[in-house]
Design a protein around this ligand. Structure first.
Ligand SMILES: *Cc1c(COP(=O)(O)O)cnc(C)c1O
Length: 373
C-alpha cells in the first residue's frame, strides 16, 4: 500500500459512478498508453479475464492448437481450453523458466494458431525468435505479461520495448501478489489495431455500448459474443494510487532484489544453488527473487529452515502437462526443465513493506544453509 488507496476509493464513491469505465479507469488507461506506448489498453477484472478476451479475439476454435510453456499458471492455458483449443506444452530454458524459443518450431503444425510466451518473474522471453516464427507461420502472439509490468526487451534492432507491447495482444495482472496491485485486477494491451473495436465489444457483454457512450451510434445492442470483463471504478481508484507511485514501488523492489542477489551470489558454496539468470536482452522488474536448488530434497530442507525461523518461502508452479486435468491430453513428451523448476525453484519474500533488516536476516539464514550443503 502506498497511502492514497482509500482516499481515491472515497472519491470514486463520492462521484456517484462506481461501475466500469469511470474517471479512475480513464486515468489508468491514459497512464499505460502514454508510459508504455500500448496502442490501446482496457482494464479487466483479472489477467485471467484479459487472457480469455485474447482467446475470443483471435477466434480460437475447437481443434486449434496453442503453444505455451508447461511451467506457468493455469490461467494461461484455461483461457484457450475454454474456447476448445488443444494446448501444446513446450519446455523451459535451461537457464531460466521461460519457454525455450528454440523448441517451438518443431511443435508448429497446420492447426497451430497462437504462441503464448509467459515472461516469468518479469524477465523477457526471447521475443525476436518468437515473433519471427509467428510471422513465418502466420500465428498470433499473446504475451502473458501478468508478472511483467515495467519490464523491457531489447531486440536485435537495438530498440528497447516494454513487455506487453511486442505480441499482437498482452495480458497483465494486478492481483495482490504482483508488483502493482488492486486486489484482483488485470489489463488487456492491444498492439494490433485490428482488435481494438471488437475488444471493447467483447468486454461489454458483446454489446456496442462503448461506442454508444461516445455518441458514435444512437442505440446499442447485441453484436458479438462477450462477457462482463470490466472492473468497477472502485478497483481502478485503488490501482490509480499504485500507479502514481509506480517508480517508488519499483525502486524499493529493485533495492530488495539487488540486496538478495549481491549477498547470495558470493555466499554460494560452488554452483549448488542457482540464482536468477537474466539474459542480456531482458531487464529486471524485480517481480520475484527465486533460487533454484539442485533437487527437491535440498529445496525442502531450505524451506524447512526458513519456516522454522518464521519466514515463509514458497515454491511455484507444478508442470501443467502433468496436471490431473491435462496429463491424459498431453502427447507424452517429457519436459525436463519444466519439471526441474517445479521441483527445485523456491521464491523468497519480496514486497514493498519488507524492511532491510528483515531481508538481511533472511540472507543470513540462507548463507548458513548454503554452508551446510
Ligand atoms: C498471476 C498470473 C496470472 C493470473 O492473474 P490474475 O490477475 O490473478 O487472473 C496469469 N498468468 C501468470 C503467469 C500469472 O503470474
Amino acid at each position: 500500500m502506498t497511502g492514497k488507496e482509500t482516499e481515491y476509493i472515497k472519491e470514486a464513491v463520492a462521484s456517484g459512478k462506481i461501475s466500469g469505465d469511470g474517471l479512475f479507469t480513464r486515468k489508468c488507461h491514459e497512464f499505460f498508453e502514454q508510459r508504455y506506448g500500448f496502442k490501446k489498453v482496457l482494464l479487466t477484472t483479472s489477467c485471467t479475464d484479459a487472457l480469455e478476451m485474447a482467446a475470443i479475439l483471435i477466434n480460437i476454435e475447437p481443434g486449434d492448437e496453442v503453444i505455451m510453456p508447461s511451467y506457468t499458471f493455469v490461467s494461461t492455458a484455461n483461457a484457450f481450453v475454454l474456447r476448445g483449443a488443444k494446448i501444446i506444452f513446450a519446455d523451459s530454458n535451461e537457464l531460466n523458466p521461460n519457454i525455450d524459443a528454440d523448441k517451438i518450431e518443431e511443435l508448429i503444425t497446420p492447426k497451430t494458431k497462437a504462441i503464448v510466451p509467459v515472461h516469468y518473474a518479469g524477465i523477457a522471453c526471447d521475443m525476436d525468435k518468437i515473433m519471427s516464427l509467428a510471422s513465418k507461420y502466420n500465428l498470433f502472439v499473446v504475451e502473458d505479461a501478468a508478472q511483467a509490468i515495467d519490464s523491457y526487451y531489447t531486440g536485435a534492432d537495438g530498440i528497447k520495448r516494454p513487455l506487453g507491447s511486442i505480441g499482437h495482444l498482452a495480458a497483465f495482472s494486478f492481483h495482490e501478489t504482483k508488483n502493482i496491485i488492486s486486489g484482483e485486477g488485470g489489463m488487456l494491451a492491444i498492439n494490433d489495431e485490428r482488435f481494438i473495436e471488437r475488444a471493447e465489444i467483447i468486454r461489454e457483454k458483446g454489446t456496442n455500448r462503448s461506442s454508444f457512450f461516445r455518441g458514435e451510434v444512437d442505440k446499442y445492442g447485441w453484436v458479438d459474443i462477450g462477457s462482463s470483463f470490466l472492473p468497477s471504478d472502485i478497483i481502478a481508484a485503488f490501482l490509480w494510487a499504485q500507479l502514481e507511485n509506480l517508480d517508488k514501488i519499483q525502486s524499493k523492489r529493485k533495492e530488495i532484489w539487488l540486496n538478495y542477489y549481491h549477498n547470495l551470489i558470493n555466499a554460494q558454496n560452488g554452483e549448488r544453488i542457482k540464482l536468477p539468470n537474466i539474459p542480456c536482452y531482458a531487464t529486471n522488474n524485480a517481480h520475484m527473487f527465486y533460487l533454484v536448488c539442485q533437487n527437491i530434497k535440498q529445496r525442502t530442507a531450505l524451506i524447512e529452515t526458513l519456516k522454522a525461523n518464521n519466514i515463509h518461502p514458497v515454491f511455484h508452479y507444478l508442470s501443467l502437462h502433468d496436471s490431473p486435468l491435462y496429463k491424459n491430453k498431453h502427447d507424452g513428451r517429457s519436459l525436463p526443465y519444466s519439471d526441474y523448476y517445479a521441483n527445485c525453484l523456491v521464491r523468497l519474500p519480496l514486497y514493498f513493506e519488507l524492511s532491510k533488516n528483515e531481508v538481511d536476516h533472511i540472507i543470513n539464514l540462507i548463507k548458513d544453509e548454503f554452508i551446510s550443503l
